[in-house]
Design a protein around this ligand. Structure first.
Ligand code: ZN
Length: 143
C-alpha cells in the first residue's frame, strides 16, 4: 500500500518539548497542534502551536478545528496518553484533524513513547531527527 510508506519526522527538541508538556500536565492529557511540511512521503514537524480553547481533562482534549480551517501549515495534532498506551482511541479518530495524529505515552521518555497515525488509524513510522534549535519559551508559560 502506498499510504504505508508515509512517515513522520520530528526533531528531537520538539519531541522533548512535547514530552515536557505532557509530564507537566500528567495525569491529565496535554494537547498541541503540529505545524510542519509535507513533501512526498514525509511529514516534517517544524513547530508546535497551542490550541486555543483546548480543554484539558480526563478524557480527550478538545479544541475547535474551525479556528484553523484555513491554515495549511498545520499537519495534525499531538496529545498525551497518561495510561502509557499509545494506540488511538475511537474518540481520537473521531476528532482527527489534519494529516497525522500523534500520541505520546507515559513515561514520556526516549523515542519509543511516541506514535503517529494517519486518518485510517494506520500506524506511521516516526523518525526522530536532530534538534533544529526550536524555541519553546513562548509555549512554556501556558503548558
Ligand atoms: Zn487519545
Amino acid at each position: 500500500m502506498a499510504a504505508s510508506s508515509l512517515h513522520v519526522e520530528v526533531p528531537e527538541d520538539i519531541l522533548d518539548t512535547i514530552y515536557a508538556g505532557a509530564k507537566q500536565l500528567y495525569p491529565r492529557e496535554s494537547f498541541l497542534l503540529l505545524r510542519g511540511k509535507k513533501s512526498k512521503n514525509v511529514i516534517k514537524v517544524t513547530d508546535l502551536v497551542l490550541a486555543p480553547f483546548a480543554v484539558h481533562g480526563n478524557g480527550f482534549a478538545h479544541f475547535n478545528p474551525y479556528m484553523f480551517s484555513g491554515d495549511f501549515t498545520l499537519v495534525g495534532t499531538v496529545h498525551s496518553h497518561p495510561s502509557g498506551n499509545i494506540s488511538p482511541s475511537h474518540v481520537d479518530m473521531n476528532y482527527f484533524f489534519g494529516r497525522i495524529l500523534m500520541i505520546v505515552g507515559y513515561p514520556f521518555e526516549g523515542r519509543t513513547c511516541v506514535a503517529a497515525y494517519d486518518s485510517n488509524a494506520d500506524k506511521l513510522r516516526v523518525e526522530v531527527t536532530d534538534a533544529i534549535g526550536f524555541d519553546s519559551t513562548e509555549h512554556s508559560d501556558e503548558l
